[in-house]
Design a protein around this ligand. Structure first.
Ligand code: NDP
Length: 327
């Protein structure tokens, strides 16, 4: 057993937080040999609810959980943190313009980025879940010049897992038959789930489904799954989002399996013509605790158009944030 790893969760009293914290404390984030110290960040009016969740965490008597701190102060929350899961965000409410949404979130993610810059551990890894996740991650990263840019990531793993599940259902195969799924671009309706590089039983997925299913059903179903869950459940997806956050960090720390890859939004180095610096989803492997973009994939015309459209949206979001003086 090693020394405790400090994990900070923001928005800890929210739905995703509730689904996430128990799995972190039980060892599913970092593995069964790693003790965890939790730091919960909430806005002042939600601190009491976070305290309630902490009481339940106590009541689980998790052997790996060495302590819980609850605070509304980002400098305290990120002090010495090794893994930061930024879940709390300002959701888009009816009638809210995109600029207002970005501004409200800039007010959350810029100070959190600065607190991470000033107080987190040297090996800090950041995963942004709160939407608009890619641009929130960019805002936080821009406020943290002393932290290597690559440590700021955003979650597209839920989209990735949804794509695998949809394809497995369609072909009536177990999810374990599917490899090399990719989500490209933004965690938004423009995201591009790519079946031209995905493999089922070792053969290209796109060759095993109708083109019309791929284009008119698969892509929109994956992209609009969040709305379908809200419609069915009366609340947005939470356990599946928490599960994806666990998958993302687990793979980042422990590596991806040989011969496979996953999807994560990471700062672009210009690969595949994706504008440098934006935080965009790519096919990635993880080795020695670092994400690497899978290189050398052929991008056909259809995929090119889809990737370019999602990247264009991210570039626009970056410009909007710049225009607001957020960085
Ligand atoms: P949730 O826990 O359901 O969601 C939190 C964030 O995750 C939202 O921005 C949501 O975006 C996003 N998200 C990303 N992917 C998904 C997905 N696939 N499915 C669902 N959500 C996804 O929200 P709650 O309102 O229950 O809780 C938010 C908590 O955050 C509150 O307790 C609030 O007090 C707190 N908060 C904390 C802050 C802080 O710590 N400084 C700042 C702001 C809020 P979307 O809305 O687009 O679904």
């Amino acid at each position: 057993t090693s020394s405790p790893v400090t994990v900070t969760v923001t928005g800890a009293a929210g739905q995703i937080g509730y689904a996430l914290l128990f799995r972190i404390a039980s060892g599913q984030l970092l593995g069964p040999d790693t003790p965890v110290r939790l730091r919960l960040l909430e806005i002042p009016q939600a601190v009491k609810a976070a305290e309630g969740t902490a009481m339940e965490l106590d009541d689980c008597a998790f052997p790996l959980l060495t302590g819980i701190d609850i605070t509304d102060n980002a400098n305290v929350a990120f002090d010495g943190t090794n893994v930061a899961l930024l879940v709390g965000a300002r959701p888009r409410t009816k009638g809210m313009e995109r600029g207002d949404l970005l501004e409200a979130n800039g007010g959350i993610f810029a100070p959190q980025g600065k607190a991470i810059n000033d107080h987190a551990a040297d090996d800090v890894r950041v995963l942004v879940v709160g939407n608009p996740a890619n641009t929130n991650a960019l805002i936080a990263q821009s406020a943290a010049p002393d932290v290597p840019a690559e440590r700021f990531t955003a979650m597209t793993r839920l989209d990735h897992n949804r794509a695998i599940a949809q394809l497995a259902k369609k072909l009536d195969v177990p999810v374990t038959e599917i490899r090399r799924m990719t989500i490209w671009g933004n965690h938004s309706a423009t995201q591009y789930p790519d079946l031209f590089h995905a493999e089922v039983g070792g053969k290209t997925a796109a060759e095993q489904v109708d083109e019309s299913w791929l284009r008119d059903e698969f892509i929109p179903t994956v992209a609009k799954r969040g709305a379908a869950i809200i419609e069915a459940r009366g609340a947005s997806s939470a356990a599946s989002a928490a599960n994806a956050a666990i998958d993302h960090v687990y793979d980042w720390v422990n590596g991806t399996p040989e011969g496979d890859w996953t999807s994560a939004a990471i700062p672009s180095d210009g690969s595949y013509g994706v504008a440098e610096g934006i935080i965009s989803s790519f096919p990635v492997t993880s080795k020695n605790g670092k994400w690497e973009i899978v290189q050398g994939l052929d991008i056909d015309e259809f995929s090119r158009g889809k990737i370019d459209a999602s990247v264009a949206e991210l570039v626009e979001e970056r410009e909007a944030v710049k225009g607001l003086g957020l960085f």
